[in-house]
Design a protein around this ligand. Structure first.
Ligand SMILES: [Zn+2]
Length: 312
């Protein structure tokens, strides 16, 4: 099977804990990921809500530099700057690493930071984490306001740099402000359905349909509190609901490896094969499964990636 996963926090864990990305005891490493026939992985730099201003930017930059170093150490890890990089990595059994920043606090309130992030290969910015930042308010911030004026400017600047807005973690008003302030596709990298489990992190049907209409993608995550119950059966309920809304070209995975606790028997990224086999046993067509586990993200990112020159 092929895997394109839209969210993990492994880079942060490696940076803070001093683990190797190649091989570690976290939920994801390159050795286990490369066991799949093709593997593309969004690596997010998680920005804690306790970090703001220049300290946020400095931490973000140092974790992105860790990713840059990995490309030098390990020919099996390739940062994806454009669609040609993506195809090269996929065809050569190399990890296709799409870089993301999970929390717009990394901008430190300065639009010029966006250009630096783009030059380091960042393709996705999750606008907030759970709290408030300079751009807007997270779904657990207790603030119902939409994006700030700076947040709206950031969305427009991201559009010019072809950085994709990620609305996972954002509050409702912020979500609709994003839709109003860009015409580009957006993603919810790791968000399951509020119709199945009423959790503020989950997407309402209207949000899912709005992302779908724009040609974006939505990643199912494996987080217990978002799913309602951490089981393959429950994951299937969220998938089925999204499919019932017409999402067969929209749904993907953004598992949140190293960002959420998993049952010990799931381990980490290797659980995706078990989930794939579970869906096979449930008689899902192979072509649909390949779309969910790989193809929907591949198609989306292939067209969303810019022609920014490869630095490799
Ligand atoms: Zn997250």
């Amino acid at each position: 099977m092929r895997l394109f996963d839209m969210h993990c926090d492994t880079l942060y864990e490696c940076s803070i804990g001093g683990y190797s990305l190649s091989e570690n005891e976290l939920q994801l490493d390159l050795t286990r990921g490369l066991a799949y026939n093709s593997w593309a992985q969004v690596f997010a730099v998680w920005m804690p809500d306790t970090l703001r201003g220049n300290a946020a930017w400095i931490q973000c930059r140092s974790i992105l530099e860790l990713a840059q170093k990995e490309t030098i150490l390990n020919p099996k890890f390739r940062i994806i700057y454009n669609e040609a990089d993506l195809d090269f990595a996929i065809q050569n059994n190399v990890c296709a690493a799409v870089l993301a920043v999970e929390g717009g606090s990394a901008l430190a309130g300065n639009l010029e930071t966006l250009g630096l992030l783009a030059s380091m290969g960042v393709k996705i910015i999750t606008l907030t984490w759970n709290g408030s930042n300079e751009l807007g308010h997270g779904c657990e911030s207790l603030c119902n306001d939409g994006l700030t004026e700076f947040g709206k400017k950031a969305i427009k600047a991201m559009e010019k740099l072809n950085i994709i807005p990620d609305v996972s973690h954002l509050n409702q008003a912020g979500f609709w402000d994003v839709m109003e302030n860009t015409n580009n596709p957006i993603i919810a990298s790791h968000s399951v359905s509020a119709a199945i489990c009423d959790h503020p992190r989950n997407l309402t049907d209207d949000q899912f349909k709005a992302i779908m209409k724009r040609g974006g993608v939505v990643g199912l995550n494996l987080c217990e509190s978002h799913l309602g119950e951490q089981s393959f059966e429950c994951l299937q309920k969220h998938l089925e609901h999204y499919l019932s809304l017409g999402g067969e070209h929209t749904v993907a995975f953004g598992c949140d490896f190293d960002g959420t606790d998993l049952p010990p028997e799931w381990g980490g990224i290797e659980v995706m094969e078990k989930i794939y086999e579970y869906f096979q046993r449930k008689n899902y067509e192979e072509s649909l499964l390949d779309r969910l586990f790989f193809g929907n993200c591949y198609d989306f990112f292939h067209s969303a990636l810019t022609s920014t020159a490869s630095m490799v």
